[in-house]
Design a protein around this ligand. Structure first.
Ligand code: SF4
Ligand code: SF4
Length: 103
């Protein structure tokens, strides 16, 4: 399993989760490439150790265990994974597609 960042991060992106993650698997963190332009932050599922620290840290409850992701945010499981497997542009494109799909 891994943790996932979901829709409430969009437009919030305060980066508290990246500050507390013990394995630095949340990106782009402040100062990293694409940090200023990213729509949201993403959790690398291959690095996450399911410690739950990001859940406490997030002011808008955007982070959650994969098994707890509600149906309307199901796409974010793949979005978080794709961001690391396919790159920044691909992940960001999927976020835009999610937003447009909701009209
Ligand atoms: S659950 Fe822990 S390891 Fe996984 S993203 Fe959150 S803070 Fe990082
Ligand atoms: S703490 Fe929440 S809103 Fe802030 S960057 Fe992390 S997931 Fe997004």
């Amino acid at each position: 399993m891994a943790y996932v960042i979901t829709e409430p991060c969009i437009g919030t992106k305060d980066t508290s989760c990246a500050d507390v993650c013990p394995v630095d698997c949340i990106h782009p963190a402040p100062g990293e490439e694409n940090a200023d332009t990213a729509t949201m932050l993403y959790i690398d599922p291959s690095e996450c150790i399911d410690c739950d620290a990001c859940v406490e840290a997030c002011p808008v409850d955007a982070t959650m265990a994969e098994d707890d992701v509600p149906a309307q945010w199901e796409a974010f499981k793949e979005i978080n994974r794709a961001y690391f497997e396919q790159g920044h542009e691909a992940g960001e494109k999927m976020v835009q597609e999610f937003l447009s799909s909701r009209g």
